[in-house]
Every structure is written in structure tokens, then in C-alpha cells.
Design a protein around this ligand. Structure first.
Ligand SMILES: *[C@@H]1O[C@H](CO)[C@@H](O)[C@H](O)[C@H]1NC(C)=O
Ligand SMILES: *[C@@H]1O[C@H](CO)[C@@H](O)[C@H](O)[C@H]1NC(C)=O
Ligand SMILES: *[C@@H]1O[C@H](CO)[C@@H](O)[C@H](O)[C@H]1NC(C)=O
Ligand SMILES: *[C@@H]1O[C@H](CO)[C@@H](O)[C@H](O)[C@H]1NC(C)=O
Length: 427
């Protein structure tokens, strides 16, 4: 199988150091993907005005909050989600892959979303999309999908518009109207011929990723399923630290090049929400102490949707109240007498240096322990004067978010229904 050359964009809108030039034009090599921070000089989504650190954090929390409502709605089934904060520049998901669609190829930088199935592509003429769209009239391999198509029947909310299969849906805080279509999708060299996706004709709500979404969920219409013959429903990624000046990470598709020495934990399937990657979080350790958390806080319950998912699109980890409170209290205890303040949705911030007291934090799963260094759960202001525990409480669902995944190889082995995690520095 040929190696893939992908470009990932790290979308978290933190303020970054702009003095280093990451050489934006550099082509990707082999299976090494280039990842940029959203604010980096290479990013087309770089904010026009530089946000202060506090503004960036509040921005990300607002994005996460909308996403949590969205993820919870996925869990609950088909419900309409209220439109969230208008302050958002870019709605998470937070990583973007360079995808080529059509013949000849047109390039889009699509957000990777492990909690979504079908790709959502802004098509030419779309009302409410950004200026980067896919023009189907310029592709000789494009076709619309008719109402009778199998793919149309797989979409719950589809209906017939003339003879074309169409649908309305919500994404984060946005509402999307689209037609189902097919065209070749190419990530670097391998083409998925006749890839089915949603060709967006209308977006409202302002929080939609500007160049669309590539769904990496495991439902029938996701990239993972449609590229099964190429990539055996197996992929892994390593997300770089947002503090890295390089911001390069890797996404690997298929069995080749996946780590051999990696520990696995089973993936759980929620029959009511088949695209989400549920795992069995069984405990959290702060330092060497396993925090006393009521077992119900982590319980997987397909009926209510409760449990823990791993998600590429949420920035900060969310834990249900009882778990969050217990973890936070133990963390605060370790910080001794340092005075606690809050920032937006974070309730455990310090304005004094705390570095030497900070314990590691370990997420425990059957089969593997994911030990997090400070950088994966603390967020520091650029001046270093404020540090917050970058987690917060959630009403129903535990979400292992991308900040906690940074500098780890996360391997989704769907045929064997297991998730691998190992430490890998890719910043
Ligand atoms: C796209 O698919 C068609 C078949 O539908 C094929 O003839 C064409 O070569 C493909 N184009 C690319 C760029 O892979
Ligand atoms: C989608 O929404 C549009 C406008 O909001 C409406 O006209 C259309 O009937 C809806 N289609 C479906 C399938 O619900
Ligand atoms: C950035 O990556 C290049 C290789 O792509 C490496 O040579 C360089 O040392 C890295 N710089 C930093 C600051 O990590
Ligand atoms: C994870 O850590 C706990 C102790 O905190 C230990 O009992 C358990 O065996 C570890 N699991 C693995 C898979 O290493």
C-alpha cells in the first residue's frame, strides 16, 4: 500500500509563537503528516486579530460546550440542538486533513472528526459556507445520489428533493442542509472511488468547520467504512502539543506502519449510537492515588448513552460531576495551600508557580493505563502567570478530549474492536 501524505492542521486557537517559520510549503514525506496550529503562519484559519490567552481559553471552552451538547444529542438519538455561542471563530473538531475530491482533484482542508460518520463537504453555491468549496460541475467523476440509493436509506433523516437524496442535520451548533453525492476522495495517493458524502448547500449557525468535515466514526458511511478495502478500517494518529513550534504530527491509515508494541483496551459499541468510540474508563489516578470515584460515574449504558468516549473534536476533557469533583479535589489537595481561582469553565486555576507539586494523572482502562504528563492536563498562560486544570464537569458523558491525547499514538483497530494508546512525542 502506498504511503499517505496528509496535512493536518491543529485548530485549537491558542496564541502561538510566530517567530519560527515552519516552512509551510514543505511537502509531506512518506506517512509523515504535517500538522499546524490554527494560529500558525501556515494556517489559513489564523485569527486576524491575536486573542489574549484568556480570550483563547474562553473561546475554546465555548466551542467545547457546544460540542458537548452536540455529542450528548448524538447519544440521545435524533434531537435538535440549540444554537450555541456566536463568539466562535471555528467550531471544534480541531484537526484538519487535506483531502482531494473529484477529477481533476480539488483540495479541501477538512476537519477530522472521530464522532461523525459521513463527510460533510461545502459545495459551490452553498449559502453560509466559507469561500473554499467543492465545485461539482468541474468534476467529471461527480454524481448525485438518487432517493432510491442504498446510501440514502442509511441516512435516518433523508428525504427526497425531486429525485435527489437530501437531508437536514445539525453539526455542533450549526444546521446543515445537503444533498447526498458521490465522487472520488483522495488522501494523498490512494483514491476511494465513488465516495459518498453530503454536499452542503446551506449552513447556518456559524460554527461549522470552514472546509468541511471528514467523519472518522465507525458507522457505515464514514471514511473508515468506505475505505475499508484500502485501509482495513484501521487508523492511528499522533497529535502534537499545542506548545510545539513545529506542530507536525502523523495520521496513519491502514495496517502498515502501525505500532507493534502498543497496549489495547476494548472499544465498546453502543447500538443506539454506532459511530462513537466508547471505551471503558475504570479509574483515574492522581499521582499514585486512585481517586475514589463512584463506579456509576463511568458506567457504560447504551440506553442513556452514559459512559466514556474518545473524541478528536473536543479540546478539554469532560468528566461527569462526581468524577470531576473527586479528581479536582485530589488535585487541589496535592497543590497544598495555593489559592485557587477560576477562569471561565475552569474552576481550578493558580496564579502562583505550582510546577513542582504537580502529579501525573493516569486514566485507567482494562488493558492499559494512559499516564498524562502535565502538558496534557494543565494549560498555562503565555506569561506563565496563570495555570488551570484543563478539565471540567459534564452532565452525562465523559469525553477524553484532544488535549489529553496529545503526544500519544492513538490507534483505532475497528476489526478487532480495540483502541491502542502509547506515548509518542510528535511535536
Ligand atoms: C475517479 O473515478 C473514476 C471512476 O468513477 C475513474 O475513472 C477516475 O480515474 C477516478 N479519478 C481519480 C482522480 O482517481
Ligand atoms: C430542510 O430545511 C429546509 C429549510 O429549512 C426545508 O425547506 C426542507 O424541507 C428541509 N428538508 C428536510 C428533508 O427536512
Ligand atoms: C521541527 O521539525 C524538524 C524536522 O521536521 C526538526 O529538524 C526540528 O528540530 C524541529 N524543531 C523543533 C523546535 O522541534
Ligand atoms: C494500571 O495501574 C494500576 C495501579 O494503579 C495497576 O493495578 C494496573 O495493573 C495497571 N494496568 C496496566 C494494564 O498496566
Amino acid at each position: 500500500m502506498e504511503a499517505l501524505h496528509l496535512i493536518l492542521l491543529f485548530l485549537v486557537s491558542l496564541t502561538v509563537v510566530h517567530s519560527l517559520n515552519p516552512n509551510c510549503g514543505l511537502p509531506s514525506q512518506g506517512s509523515t503528516l504535517r500538522v499546524y496550529h490554527v494560529s500558525s503562519p501556515c494556517s489559513p484559519f489564523r485569527p486576524k486579530t491575536t486573542l489574549s490567552w484568556e480570550e483563547s481559553v474562553l473561546q475554546m471552552q465555548a466551542d467545547d460546550k457546544t460540542r458537548l451538547v452536540y455529542l450528548t444529542s448524538l447519544v440521545a438519538g435524533r434531537s435538535f440542538v440549540p444554537i450555541g455561542s456566536g463568539r466562535q471563530i471555528i467550531q471544534s473538531p480541531t484537526y484538519i486533513v487535506k483531502a482531494n475530491i473529484g477529477t481533476p482533484a480539488q483540495s479541501l482542508l477538512m476537519a477530522l472528526d472521530t464522532s461523525t460518520d459521513m463527510a460533510l463537504v461545502p459545495c459551490a453555491g452553498c449559502v453560509g459556507c466559507s469561500s473554499s468549496t467543492f465545485d461539482s460541475t468541474k468534476s467529471v467523476s461527480f454524481s448525485s445520489l438518487a432517493c432510491g440509493a442504498d446510501q440514502c436509506k442509511q441516512v435516518q433523516s433523508s428525504s427526497c428533493l425531486g429525485t435527489t437524496c437530501s437531508l437536514n442535520m445539525t453539526y455542533g451548533g450549526s444546521t446543515v442542509a445537503a444533498n447526498l453525492a458521490q465522487d472520488n476522495l483522495t488522501l494523498a495517493t490512494d483514491s476511494v472511488i465513488g465516495y459518498s458524502f453530503s454536499c452542503i448547500k446551506n449552513v447556518a449557525g456559524g460554527s461549522f468547520p470552514p472546509q468541511g468535515v471528514l467523519g472518522l466514526g465507525r458507522g457505515p458511511l464514514s471514511f473508515v467504512s468506505q475505505s475499508k478495502s484500502l485501509y482495513s478500517s484501521t487508523f492511528s494518529y499522533c497529535l502534537p502539543s499545542f506548545k510545539s513550534s513545529n506542530f507536525s504530527g502523523t495520521l496513519r491509515l491502514g495496517l502498515n506502519g502501525q505500532p507493534k508494541n502498543i497496549k489495547f483496551t476494548p472499544l465498546l459499541v453502543n447500538p443506539r449510537r454506532t459511530s462513537l468510540y466508547y471505551v471503558n474508563l475504570i479509574g483515574i489516578r492522581v499521582g499514585s492515588k486512585v481517586v475514589n470515584i463512584p463506579p456509576g460515574a463511568f458506567a457504560f449504558n447504551p440506553n442513556t448513552g452514559g459512559g466514556t468516549i474518545i473524541d478528536s473534536g473536543t479540546v478539554f476533557t469532560r468528566l461527569v460531576d462526581a468524577a470531576y469533583t473527586a479528581v479536582r479535589d485530589e488535585f487541589r489537595r496535592r497543590m497544598g495551600k495555593a489559592v485557587v481561582s477560576s477562569l471561565g469553565g475552569f474552576d481550578t486555576c493558580y496564579t502562583v508557580p505550582i510546577g513542582r507539586h504537580v502529579p501525573t494523572m493516569t486514566f485507567m482502562f482494562p488493558g492499559l493505563n494512559m499516564s498524562l504528563p502535565q502538558d496534557n492536563f494543565l494549560i498555562h498562560s503565555s506569561s506563565g502567570s496563570t495555570t488551570c486544570l484543563a478539565m471540567s464537569a459534564s452532565p452525562a458523558l465523559n469525553v477524553i478530549a484532544n488535549m489529553q491525547q496529545q503526544n500519544h499514538r492513538v490507534l483505532f483497530d475497528i476489526p478487532n474492536s480495540r483502541l491502542g494508546i502509547s506515548r509518542e512525542i510528535c511535536s
